[in-house]
Design a protein around this ligand. Structure first.
Ligand SMILES: Cc1cc2nc3c(=O)[nH]c(=O)nc-3n(C[C@H](O)[C@H](O)[C@H](O)COP(=O)(O)OP(=O)(O)OC[C@H]3O[C@@H](n4cnc5c(N)ncnc54)[C@H](O)[C@@H]3O)c2cc1C
Length: 387
């Protein structure tokens, strides 16, 4: 357990590392090191969907994260926009649902959906209705990351870009610091929040079953801005989600799949995904079918998948004392980041967390190899292959 003013080195300045630094900086000596820029890797590419209440996770994670986003709203350059989320239900499945759907959503028929959001939808003829969830919203991932950095620095953390960590230093089974390209930094605790790289970076000390995961996103400017009450949403058959942006555009994301070689893969959005968005998704929303594609994104490297779709946030028993790992965020790293930050604080300080941590433990996996199949967000039967 840490004592006040212990030095903690956090490796990785994505949203996970920055959220951890913000939590620990008030009473520890925190140094964050990133080999590149701040949130310059996967984190800045995130679509900014905050929809934990739809996920099969403990309610306490969703409520804790939501309260943190609300508290941070208005600080730094961060704003959090709360919106309902609609999960569309194909006509063939509509009779599976009654008013109260599993997971807290409420089922609305197609005509009820059209009445609830009168100017948002264009052609819902293929759908029997949708599940409407609250407790969801969106943010700009880079603004969020920069605000976390600002908050961490205000609390005393030091954040360094262009500082590659080349090794973990361990003596007699206990972490003593890190080696960087500029020399050694001593530390009482080291946290690796290095995304999909974590597996190879820590291979000498602990085996972590994670694999690189790729997402695609396209931003379309509608011919008229979307109405302010336009909900966020998802379409499970097409495996896409959408959200309105602050500029009145719509961001459509999805088509996630495992990658075998992130650094050797061209990083443009896949043409088949762009076509699907333009032909099948855009007609669902008012004015979007006739809009213009304004931006396309996918990760410059990759996000990170775990076998069961939940992250690993742990101080693994088989690793050296003083080592904490955060990886396998599985496409939810931004929405989970407040939970990640507090979870790591609890692991390092011994404080009781306001939510369960057991689901994050590494020892839930007997098989630690990276030879697992992708566990899709979209339910059984939708698994993707490695391209
Ligand atoms: C297109 C797209 C859309 C997405 N949409 C959403 C969304 O709507 N909502 C959501 O919650 N999530 C979303 N995600 C997922 C989310 O972006 C990730 O889960 C999250 O960013 C992971 O953050 P991280 O800090 O753990 O990892 P990363 O952002 O990958 O950060 C890891 C950092 O570690 C650094 N690093 C690696 N090796 C070293 C080293 N040796 N020394 C020093 N530094 C090192 C890297 O440079 C990097 O900055 C999306 C992802 C993509 C790509």
């Amino acid at each position: 357990m840490s004592t006040t003013n212990d030095r903690i080195v956090v490796v990785g300045a994505g949203v996970s590392g920055l959220a951890i630094a913000r939590e620990l900086a008030p009473d520890h000596d925190v140094i964050v090191l990133d080999k590149g820029g701040i949130a310059a890797d996967t984190s800045s590419r995130a679509s900014g969907m905050i929809s934990l209440s739809l996920e099969p996770f403990p309610d306490e994670w969703a409520s804790f994260a939501l309260s943190q986003f609300r508290d941070l709203d208005g600080q730094g350059i961060f704003s959090f926009t709360e919106r309902e989320t609609v999960r569309l239900v194909p006509a063939a499945n509509a009779d599976l649902y009654t008013d109260q759907a599993p997971g807290g959503g409420n089922f609305f028929t197609r005509s009820e959906l059209e009445g609830r959001y009168p100017d948002s939808f264009s052609d819902l003829s293929a759908y029997g209705g949708g599940l409407v969830y609250d407790g969801t919203g969106s943010l700009d991932a880079l603004d969020y990351a920069m605000t976390l950095k600002w908050a961490a620095e205000r609390a005393g953390a030091e954040v360094f870009r262009d500082h590659e960590v080349t090794d973990l230093r361990v003596e007699d089974g206990t972490v003593t610091g890190v080696e960087t390209e500029y020399g050694r930094i001593d530390a009482d605790h080291v946290v690796y929040a290095t995304g999909w790289k974590t597996r190879e970076l820590l291979a000498e000390y602990v085996e972590i079953p994670v694999r690189p995961l790729r997402w695609n996103a396209v931003v379309i400017e509608p011919d008229e801005p979307l109405p302010t009450d336009c909900p966020m949403g998802s379409e499970p058959t097409l495996r896409v989600y959408w959200r309105p942006t602050d500029r009145g555009n719509v961001l459509v994301g999805g088509n996630e799949h495992l990658l075998s070689d992130p650094e050797g893969t061209p990083m443009g959005v896949e043409p088949s995904f762009r076509e699907r968005v333009v032909e099948d998704v855009a007609p669902l929303l008012s004015g979007v079918a006739s809009g213009e594609v304004r931006r396309e994104d996918c990760c410059p490297t990759a996000d990170c998948a775990s076998p069961d779709g939940r992250p690993v946030i742990d101080t693994p028993e088989e690793g050296p004392d003083g080592l904490t790992v955060v990886t396998g965020l599985h496409g939810r790293g931004v929405m989970l980041s407040p939970v990640t930050g507090r979870a790591v604080r609890s692991l390092i300080t011994g404080e009781t967390p306001p939510f369960p941590l057991v689901q994050f433990r590494l020892d839930r996996f007997d098989d630690r190899s990276a030879e697992f199949d992708y566990r899709s967000h979209w339910g059984p039967g939708e698994d993707s292959s490695v391209p």
